[in-house]
Design a protein around this ligand. Structure first.
Ligand SMILES: [Zn+2]
Ligand SMILES: [Zn+2]
Length: 252
């Protein structure tokens, strides 16, 4: 194995030699950001519940609907985010280079995400969303906004862990996670397997509920063609699968 760094870890990939157990471990800084992110999301959800409880029971469906919309929208967002990073840019792309490279490394060593400890895996998203959600906690008084923001950003924060669980072995996952995967609330290993390889479909990785629709409508294929005709940029998914696309090393 040469140099690599999986999704969710903090050092630039090119600067890291073969990952060690230390690279996968959570630090107290990671845990602190996760605590801040979780608190900001929970405050948002609590404010929504408190506001709804002051209304008639009939009004409860409004924040519930907003939360469900946030959950659905985040799965769709994860699909477009994943598709864009899988297909365009490289390690030198400003701002996103390390993530793009990490996605490619994940294709080569998919099992590696199961080695990353929880807070290490999600702290970057927890940190980023805290800067958005904390101000909303203080400023907004709308229960619908709180419900949507709480669920949408909560799903963003946990999306990398949900994805890591989709690479897990059932016997090693928490029973609640397995139950949610079996109920299709979270994307299951069998659903996510469709992506690894050929890495040109099933991009949505929170619940995966959008994958079938997006594939049936060939949304990403049409987008790729549009971008090619307009800018002459070929997506990586048009390349022939290469021998280095997935390394046959299993983590479990
Ligand atoms: Zn994966
Ligand atoms: Zn991918």
């Amino acid at each position: 194995m040469t140099t690599t760094m999986p999704i969710g870890t903090s050092k630039p990939i090119s600067a890291v030699a073969t990952p060690t157990d230390r690279d996968f471990q959570s630090t107290w800084t990671h845990r602190a950001w996760v605590a801040i992110g979780c608190t900001s999301v929970l405050v948002c959800l609590a404010k929504s519940v408190m506001a709804a409880s002051e209304r008639s029971p009939v009004m409860w469906f409004v924040p519930l609907l907003a939360g469900y919309f946030g959950y659905l929208l985040m799965d769709l967002t994860s699909g477009f985010y994943h598709w864009a990073f899988d297909n365009y840019g490289d390690a030198s792309t400003p701002l996103f280079g390390s993530q793009i490279e990490a996605f490619q490394h994940h294709h080569k060593w998919p099992w590696m995400v199961t080695r990353i400890q929880f807070a290490n895996n999600i702290h970057k998203f927890a940190r980023a969303l805290a800067f958005v959600v904390v101000p909303i906690d203080f400023v907004s008084k709308d229960m619908v906004v709180h419900a949507f923001v709480g669920v949408y950003f909560g799903c963003i924060m946990f999306s990398l862990q949900i994805h890591a669980w989709a690479h897990g072995t059932k016997s090693r996952l928490p029973p609640l996670v397995v139950a949610l995967q079996d109920a299709s609330v979270l994307i299951s290993p069998s659903q996510h397997d469709h992506h690894h390889p050929p890495h040109n479909n099933s991009y949505c990785s929170v619940s995966g509920v959008w994958n079938e629709f997006l594939e049936r409508k060939r949304v990403f294929e049409k987008l790729e063609m549009e971008l090619f005709l307009k800018f002459g940029v070929r997506p990586r998914s048009w390349n022939e699968p290469s021998s280095d696309s997935t390394e046959e090393i299993k983590g479990d």
